[in-house]
Design a protein around this ligand. Structure first.
Ligand SMILES: *Cc1c(COP(=O)(O)O)cnc(C)c1O
Length: 437
């Protein structure tokens, strides 16, 4: 038993006591919830699209107003001129991923940034052309990697090394990841992993993977889509070369919100690093001189391409304020308890033939705010029942080689510490207990 589980109780009273003791409980009131029969939904999809901060609309209105009043002058005038807007997004981004402010930039969208970072950090040659990644990575990452490899004239079957779970298992062993890096080391150009696997919720050992990649002379990058705003990250100290993440999942910045990119300071100040450039990455003082010769802004900002999407940036400021106010250490501390409580309640339902097997790691250090569990034979019917009862969560057909159970699907539940309560978790488990499917 984990420390908390010894004292957990499966009662509504207990859940409410936990909420009363939660120093972050007021943050829930800063978000707008979809409704079910006049009440807040049990929203557990923050790993897919985070909820809307109440203040998001104000920040958007402010920029509509600036546009109305200032027109094109809004680029240089107003409290926060549009040419400077990205700088207001740096403090929270840097806090969330553990970086210096000049190592982060919000721009484009996630898959676009993954391509841009690979342009700079996947530069294969005849000796070193391999990319080591996780098997079953998010499809967009698989397509990005496959097409980058082809674009450089290599064969994905030879160049992409996928590290898979052992037979009959759903999770990766760190030692297997490190062994693959060791084995292919001399031919490896890039090690590219997720921070948190989107399906199982497993947190990979990012510092160990980074050190192993560097030992064999490869660059190391991470896709932090499911990690940013969820688990502790120290990209600068770990020495990670680059990272990308989206801000619409745990960072609650709205559908299709712009993405984050991290370029370590050891690379950011080298103008000679190859990249695909645009005018927004050019020396700010000289940008409007419209002259020849790209001169990158030092730091991650030198990877920007285009004139910034201000109306898409705006809601992020509402969300960022809340992250800075709550702080990642407090969010993480609550998250560990909330997920452990969900685990405790699901486990206590496992009686007789009915089993909800959790595939997410049992070790709190190896998971964030997500538990994925196999539905057993109830499959999609269980998910439909939950939906009809006001639960918003996520269903996936089972597709991991190691999964057990015919017809089993996977339900992913992400109790986020920012706006979910212990009562939410209790109510969810109560519905699960009453399921008659
Ligand atoms: C959510 C997610 C994406 C989505 O990419 P977009 O470019 O934002 O559509 C990509 N990769 C991973 C790992 C994800 O979790």
């Amino acid at each position: 038993l984990k420390p908390n589980q010894m004292t957990f109780q499966a009662t509504l009273d207990f859940a409410r006591q936990m909420d009363a003791q939660d120093s972050l409980r007021s943050f829930r009131n800063q978000y707008l919830f979809p409704q079910h029969q006049g009440n807040k939904c049990l929203y557990f999809c923050g790993n897919s699209l985070g909820l809307q901060p109440k203040k998001a609309a104000e920040f958007i209105k402010e920029e509509l107003q600036h546009w109305q009043e200032l027109g094109v002058e809004g680029h240089f005038e107003g409290e926060l001129p549009w040419t400077q807007y990205h700088k207001a997004l740096a403090p929270a981004s840097a806090h969330i991923v553990g970086a210096q402010e000049d190592e982060v930039i919000i721009m484009n969208t996630l898959t676009v940034n993954l391509h841009l970072m690979m342009v700079s950090f996947y530069r294969p040659n005849a000796e070193r052309f391999k990319i080591i990644m996780e098997a079953g990575a998010f499809p967009s990452d698989q397509y990005a990697v496959e097409t980058q490899v082809r674009w450089h004239g290599y064969d994905p079957a030879e160049a992409i090394v996928e590290v898979a779970p052992r037979s009959g298992e759903a999770l990766l062993h760190t030692e297997d990841i490190l062994a693959a890096i060791e084995q292919h080391g001399a031919q490896t150009a890039l090690v590219l992993f997720a921070g948190v696997n989107y399906y199982t919720g497993q947190v990979y050992d990012m510092p160990a993977i980074t050190a192993a990649g560097h030992r064999v002379g490869a660059y190391v990058g991470f896709d932090l889509a499911h990690a940013a705003g969820n688990v502790p990250l120290h990209l600068h100290d770990w020495g990670v070369d680059f990272a990308v993440w989206c801000t619409y999942k745990y960072i609650n910045s709205g559908p299709g919100a712009p993405s984050g990119a991290f370029v370590h300071a050891k690379h950011g100040n080298k103008p000679q690093i190859p990249r695909f450039a645009g005018w927004w990455g050019h020396n700010e003082e000289r940008r409007f001189l419209m002259e020849k010769g790209f001169d990158p802004i030092p730091g991650a900002a030198g990877w920007q391409l285009s004139n910034a999407p201000i109306l898409a940036y705006a809601p992020m400021r509402a969300s960022h304020d809340l992250f800075l106010e709550a702080g990642m250490p407090a969010l993480r501390a609550k998250s560990e308890k909330l997920t452990a409580y969900l685990e405790f309640l699901i486990d206590s339902l496992n009686i007789d033939e009915r089993r909800f097997d959790i595939i997410t790691p049992r070790d709190p250090a190896q998971r964030g705010a997500q538990l994925s569990f196999l539905t057993g034979p109830a499959g999609k019917q269980l998910f439909d029942y939950l939906t009809q009862n006001g639960v918003i969560c996520d269903w996936r057909e089972h597709n991991l080689p190691g999964e057990k159970g015919e017809k089993a699907g996977v339900i992913r539940i992400a109790p986020t510490p920012m706006y979910n309560s212990f009562e939410d978790v209790w109510r969810f488990a109560d519905l699960l207990a009453k399921a008659n499917v």
